[in-house]
Write a protein that binds this ligand. Structure first.
Ligand code: NDP
Length: 455
């Protein structure tokens, strides 16, 4: 993980001061600084064109979460020992709707990670065009290697505090790393028990039999590929016949691979936190799913069943020559050196399936090498957009078909791409999706905040 964040040289004096204040007020949170820097460094043209945003101090307000909740989660493990974890919910911004964003259970979780994710979520959610604000939560609990009973007891204790801050019109969590269908089930069950309400719209990512939406599982990966497809179209290329690498082998990665393959791509590499596989015959996704979703095993097991593949812990997945790279594992996984190698090997599109997987240095190298770069807050917004579609179905007591829901997801991703592309052009930097996404998201949130007064 890189600790280096951007400098103030790439923003004007006033914005530089705002960024410095964020650093001073949030010490020891480099991921949060990095996420704020990425947004603030692109906003100068907006403040030049709309000086009232500065008068209203709207950016300073956006950088300060509306509410931060930190709580203890005590629970009993299978040996009847007491374990104690720390948990967080950062309710960042409710200008556009109830706080919305996932819960992450991973040992690396601390306040700075949750704040970076929550901050990104504000702009991502605005880009979807859906009525949802930004929030994020989680815990340093590690579900890996825990029994189902342990995970259930942890989730029940976690919800015993969190429930008082939630509600379908208040704060609507979902899954993220370490929080899938099993965890959402336990969390929903405990919420229902405590509140004595069947409030379906209070959590998303639910099971299909009890308020979940078709396509939610696939949505982030599919959406990333729809976004990358639009990026490719813009430069006269397509997924058909393209070589693709996708990092990770979790929820986002698996469905990104599925959709890319459906569009005719040859996916040649995937990974997990242990290492990566390269299969020149094309990834056998059924095998990956069997290993990861059924056996909950390691990606290294893939090569036992495929003679065309090899597994490596040396070098990087990003050394494999591809036309399209979809980093879909975790933050800061694609560094400067990886970006340089991808560009040298002829990569033309990088779209972030994960949140902030590319370091700032990597993003700069890709941009300078004219590799089209789709930032996560735009490219992976399909997950939260489909969560909002789940909330719509819950509110209407309705269930949509797979085709209907996927069509809506596709439309949303095409619209997000269009908003980013036209905003970048409007602000004089065509093809700069980072600038387009940040400005388009910022304006929607800022205008709503100003309309609501100084709150
Ligand atoms: P999962 O927990 O399902 O999968 C994460 C995957 O990344 C696992 O394969 C994990 O491997 C791998 N991984 C973790 N760290 C590394 C590393 N350092 N190098 C290589 N691989 C690594 O999470 P998701 O797929 O849900 O989330 C992935 C990313 O997408 C996160 O950044 C998340 O915030 C973002 N995201 C997710 C959304 C969703 O709907 N799920 C929505 C929007 C964004 P291992 O099995 O070894 O741990």
């Amino acid at each position: 993980m890189t600790k280096k964040v951007g400098t103030m040289a790439d923003m004007g004096e006033d914005l530089g001061k705002i960024y410095q204040t964020v650093i001073d007020r949030n010490p020891g949170e480099p991921e949060f600084h990095q996420a704020v820097h990425e947004v603030v460094s692109t906003l100068t043209p907006v403040f030049e064109r709309h000086p009232h945003y500065a008068d209203q101090r709207v950016l300073e307000r956006i950088c300060e979460p509306e509410r931060q909740i930190i709580f203890r989660v005590p629970w009993m493990n299978d040996k009847n020992e007491i374990e104690i974890n720390r948990a967080f919910r950062v309710e960042f911004n409710s200008a556009l709707g109830p706080y919305k964003g996932g819960l992450r259970f991973h040992p690396s979780v601390y306040l700075g990670i949750i704040k970076f994710l929550g901050f990104e979520q504000i702009f991502k959610n605005a880009l979807t065009g859906m009525p949802i604000g930004g929030g994020k939560g989680g815990s340093d609990f590690d579900p890996k290697g825990r029994s189902d009973a342990e995970v259930m007891r942890f989730c029940q204790s976690f919800m015993t505090e969190l429930y008082r801050h939630m509600g379908e019109y208040t704060d609507v969590p979902a899954g993220d790393i370490g929080v899938g269908g099993r965890e959402i089930g336990y969390l929903f069950g405990q919420y229902k028990r405590i509140t004595n309400r069947y409030e379906s719209g209070v959590l998303t990512g639910k099971g299909l039999g009890w308020g979940g939406s078709l396509v939610r599982t696939e949505a982030t990966g599919y959406g990333t590929v729809f976004f990358a497809r639009e990026m490719l179209t813009k430069i006269g290329q397509s997924f058909d016949g393209a070589r693709v690498s996708v990092s990770g082998s979790g929820n986002v990665a698996i469905y990104a691979v599925q959709k890319a393959q459906e569009l005719g791509a040859k996916v040649v590499a995937m990974s997990d936190s242990g290492g990566y596989i390269v299969d020149e015959a094309g990834i056998d996704l059924d095998l990956v799913r069997e290993i990861k979703e059924v056996r909950r095993g390691r990606i290294s097991e893939y090569v036992d069943a495929r003679s065309s593949a090899h597994y490596s812990t040396e070098g990087s997945l990003w050394d494999v020559p591809v036309t399209v790279a979809l980093p879909s594992a975790t933050q800061n996984e694609l560094h400067a050196q990886h970006a340089a190698t991808l560009a040298k090997n002829g990569c033309v599109v990088v779209a972030e399936g994960a949140n902030m997987p590319c370091t700032p240095e990597a993003t700069t190298i890709l941009t300078e090498a004219k590799v089209a770069f789709g930032p996560g807050k735009a490219a992976n917004a399909g997950g939260v957009a489909t969560s909002a579609l789940e909330m719509q179905q819950n509110a209407a007591r309705d269930n949509w078909t797979f085709e209907q829901t996927e069509r809506r997801l596709e439309e949303i991703m095409v619209d997000i791409h269009e908003a980013c592309a036209t905003t970048a052009e409007d602000y004089g930097d065509p093809g700069n999706y980072v600038l387009g996404a940040n400005i388009a998201g910022f304006i929607d949130v800022a205008d709503a905040m100003i309309a609501h007064g100084v709150i």
